[in-house]
Design a protein around this ligand. Structure first.
Ligand code: XMP
Length: 513
């Protein structure tokens, strides 16, 4: 095609990209759901080889969104959080994995020579309610919060306040399945009004069953691994050597550590997964850890998605610039509005039988519905969760309202934090004009944004999820893959500015939602 012809074609038909607010879903078939509460409607979604969530929501790998608290709350609600890259990452993953257990396999222990003061301190540091008291490898007793919390005789030996071995109710787990152990433990909890039961065969301690944990296991919404631990994701990035070369050893080492403490899925989450280094990194991770669940991104259309799948990713993260704190489209002018991005990428996911996660730009329930409709298996939330009680940091007063801070990963502060973690600095010399102007990398994320304080995380999640059932009922589907089919059938329309005005509450004197 001649340049002029191509130019005309492009001029007359510039590729159109739409985002969630540009479209509205169009119902047309008879819906056989009895109502939005229909038990048959399933919000379950597979997001990788081995992980199926009960709701399609994940907490972003941003330090202002996900920490240990978010890591625990989201899988309890049916989703999952991604622990961000930070010096605390391993501890956070470990904290989530230890939070709920069918059986605590390695219960915390203390020596029989410890004092009441030691016990008080250990219980506080470890955040647990009881410790096994050991003499060498022999169990000699159990000490719990209520044995020590009001005591001021800090030097008293633990052996004076603990429940000693001969008074302890224990359970011999030999020959019992995990479920049988739990069932027997429940009988003992009821019979003896206990909170904890050590599993002891002869004098060997193989675990502990806690009443609190057994109760937690009754939450059907929670997403757990095969041992009953809550699931958690962890993000990694492109580590670099001093000369800026890719440091695959550091990446593999960190991934190994994260898998070792129990991370269920690793996400190579970088701003630009079009870099050849991203492909090399995915290939290296896949080669070293053939069985792990691996996500990678971000990309924003078909080719980039396919390349990451071919390199070994099970799941691709989609989104360049849609996030609430993103400035990539302003600074770089790059990115594809998110509905079209997912639509383009879903072809690759279908071809490979793999998974897409839409990352960024979800602030209302209808955004989630349209991301899933377009072909995503789940979405990552930043802003919506950054304002809740479970995000790191405290709420702050701003005039008459409360806010929480939300900062971009590509902001100067976060970039400096990453660099400090990797023991390197990308500061340019302000006295060297060449460096200062020509080599400067502009931040592509908001430095210090505030988001509305939203209170309880449960309510924020509930609001986003509530609309999904409604959408599925209107669209006559009972699961997420069926929603994808509705999109293939073209069941959506474009919305004009007038249509958009009509879609929002209007012509009222005042209102609140
Ligand atoms: P929301 O809209 O949910 O988006 O707050 C969260 C997602 O935004 C991405 N992210 C960034 N993108 N510059 C960007 O261009 C940044 O500084 C930045 N920080 C986060 C990320 O994918 C996140 O999950």
């Amino acid at each position: 095609m001649s340049f002029l012809k191509r130019f005309r074609k492009e001029f007359e038909e510039p590729p159109l990209a739409l985002t969630f607010d540009d479209i509205s879903l169009m119902p047309s078939d008879i819906s056989y759901s009895s109502s939005r509460r229909d038990e048959d409607i399933s919000l379950k979604t597979q997001i990788s080889k081995n992980i199926t969530l009960n709701i399609p929501l994940m907490g972003s790998y941003m330090p202002t969104v996900s920490g240990e608290k978010m890591g625990i709350t989201l899988p309890q609600l049916g989703g999952m959080a991604w622990m961000p890259r930070s010096p605390e990452q391993l501890r956070q993953v470990q904290g989530v994995k230890r939070h709920e257990n069918k059986i605590i396999e390695e219960p915390y222990k203390i020596s029989h020579t410890a004092t009441v003061g030691d016990v008080q301190q250990q219980l506080k540091v470890l955040g647990v309610g009881a410790l096994l008291v050991m003499e060498g490898s022999n169990l000699v007793g159990l000490v719990s919060t209520r044995d020590v919390d009001l005591r001021e005789d800090y030097n008293l030996p633990v052996t004076e306040v603990m429940t000693s071995r001969d008074m302890l109710v224990t359970l011999d787990p030999r020959g019992l399945s995990e479920d049988e152990i739990t069932r027997k433990a429940v009988e003992l909890f009821i019979e003896h009004r206990l909170e904890k039961i050590p599993l002891v065969s002869d004098d060997y301690v193989s675990g502990l069953v806690s009443k609190k944990d057994v109760k937690k296991m009754q939450n059907k919404l929670a997403v757990r691994d095969k041992d009953g631990h809550l699931i958690v994701g962890a993000s990694v990035g492109l580590s670099r050597k001093e000369n800026n070369d890719l440091d695959l050893d550091a990446l593999v080492e960190q991934t190994a550590k994260l898998l070792d403490v129990g991370a269920d899925i690793i996400g190579l989450a970088i701003a630009n997964a079009y870099l050849n280094d991203a492909i090399i990194a995915v290939e290296a991770l896949r080669k070293t850890f053939p069985d792990m669940d691996l996500a990678a991104g971000s990309v924003t259309e078909y080719e980039g998605t396919k390349r990451l799948f071919d390199a070994g990713a099970d799941t691709v993260l989609l989104g360049i610039g849609p996030g609430s704190i993103c400035e990539t489209r302003i600074v770089a002018g790059v990115g594809v509005p998110q509905f079209t991005a997912i639509r383009l990428a879903q072809k690759a996911a279908r071809e490979e039988g793999k998974f897409l996660i839409a990352d960024g730009g979800i602030s209302e329930p209808h955004h989630l519905n349209k991301a899933l409709f377009a072909g995503a298996s789940g979405v990552i939330l930043g802003n919506v969760l950054a304002g809740t009680d479970d995000s790191p940091g405290e709420k702050e007063r701003a005039g008459n309202t409360w806010v929480k801070i939300h900062r971009g990963l590509a902001s100067d502060t976060e970039k400096k934090n990453f660099d400090a973690m990797n023991n390197r600095s990308r500061e340019v010399d302000p006295n060297n004009l060449y460096e200062y102007v020509y080599k400067h990398v502009e931040a592509e994320g908001v430095e210090s944004g505030f988001t509305a304080y939203r209170g309880d995380t449960v309510n924020a999640v509930r609001r986003i999820i509530g609309g999904l059932r409604s959408c599925m009922t209107y669209m006559g589907v009972k699961d997420i893959p069926s929603l994808w089919k509705r999109c293939d059938e073209g069941k959506y329309v474009r919305v004009t500015p007038a249509g958009s005005r009509e879609s929002n509450p209007h012509d009222l004197l005042s209102f609140h939602t």
